[in-house]
Design a protein around this ligand. Structure first.
Ligand SMILES: NC(=O)c1ccc[n+]([C@@H]2O[C@H](COP(=O)([O-])OP(=O)(O)OC[C@H]3O[C@@H](n4cnc5c(N)ncnc54)[C@H](OP(=O)(O)O)[C@@H]3O)[C@@H](O)[C@H]2O)c1
Length: 253
């Protein structure tokens, strides 16, 4: 595996779930890791849980949907570690599974802000740093979803923003080329986190029936993110799907 000593990764939504698993794998892979999310206590606990220290990890609170907070996050990262090599845009939420005509504007905007605006704002700041730093460049990994391809019932805000992520991934991959900036997307299906607990309990299928769905260990997702992150910059995984093998997706069910 390539050497990653002194490389710096930023993981959004790193206090739990996939973000924490990715931070753990990146740390094990030799990255210095900046963990961000809205809750400092969760971030600090995550650093302890993954075996990090003040030497190789930094916790910074930030709501990724708020431009001023994102600017402060990148200023803190720059002050502490000087550069950014990998940004994992992972922070994300869903809205209640109710008919879209019953959603409030606020419920819609919460999802748009966390999932889409957050990815846009963090990518903007990362691109500015990656263009200016020496050696130039870096990698952005966006967390899409199986919902970037096929929606679940009553998931308009989530599915719309995850389709939007695919557009951002492709435009960053294109516009980043002259500056040695690679961009790829990981589309995950049913990793065992708090977000997918309802799948273990039984979740609505396309035909409105309720079925229990299999999930997979979130650690595999962390390892997959590390694999994408460790590639040399002339190589890019544009799109990776990692999913519970037996979950409904392929074959219309
Ligand atoms: N689990 C899966 O099977 C699966 C499948 C497809 C895609 N995904 C995607 O993977 C990502 C993580 O999912 P997960 O399953 O790990 O969910 P999770 O356990 O609910 O974690 C979500 C994380 O995002 C953070 N977050 C949410 N909104 C934020 C905001 N505005 N600013 C900063 N941080 C924010 C949360 O931290 P705070 O609340 O402390 O801010 C939390 O750490 C999401 O983008 C999700 O759509 C997951």
């Amino acid at each position: 595996m390539p050497q990653t000593n002194n490389k710096v990764a930023l993981v959004t939504g790193a206090g739990m779930g996939i973000g924490r698993a990715a931070a753990k794998a990146l740390l094990k892979g030799g990255f210095k890791v900046v963990l961000t999310g809205r809750n400092l206590e969760k971030l600090e606990k995550a650093i302890t849980d993954i075996g990090g220290s003040n030497e190789n990890c930094l916790a910074v609170t930030c709501d990724v949907g708020k431009p001023e907070q994102v600017k402060k996050l990148f200023a803190a990262l720059k002050e502490r570690f000087g550069r950014i090599d990998v940004l994992f845009n992972n922070a994300g939420i869903g809205a209640p599974a109710i008919p879209m005509e019953d959603l409030t504007y606020e419920q819609w905007m919460n999802v748009v802000n966390s999932n889409l605006c957050g990815t846009f704002l963090c990518s903007q700041e990362a691109i500015r740093m990656m263009k200016a730093q020496s050696p130039q460049g870096g990698r952005i990994i966006n967390n899409g979803s199986i919902s970037a391809h096929a929606p679940r019932p009553m998931s308009a805000p989530y599915s719309a923003t995850k389709h939007g992520i695919s557009g951002l991934t492709k435009t960053i991959a294109l516009d980043g080329r002259p500056f040695n900036i690679a961009c790829g997307q990981i589309d995950i299906g049913n990793a065992a986190t708090e977000m997918t607990e309802r799948m273990a309990a039984g979740i609505m299928q396309a035909d409105q029936s309720i079925k229990v769905e299999p999930r997979m260990d979130v650690e595999h997702v962390g390892e997959a993110v590390l694999h994408m992150a460790q590639l040399p910059l002339e190589t890019n995984i544009l799109s990776m799907t990692i999913m519970a093998t037996k979950m409904p997706f392929v074959g219309r069910g």
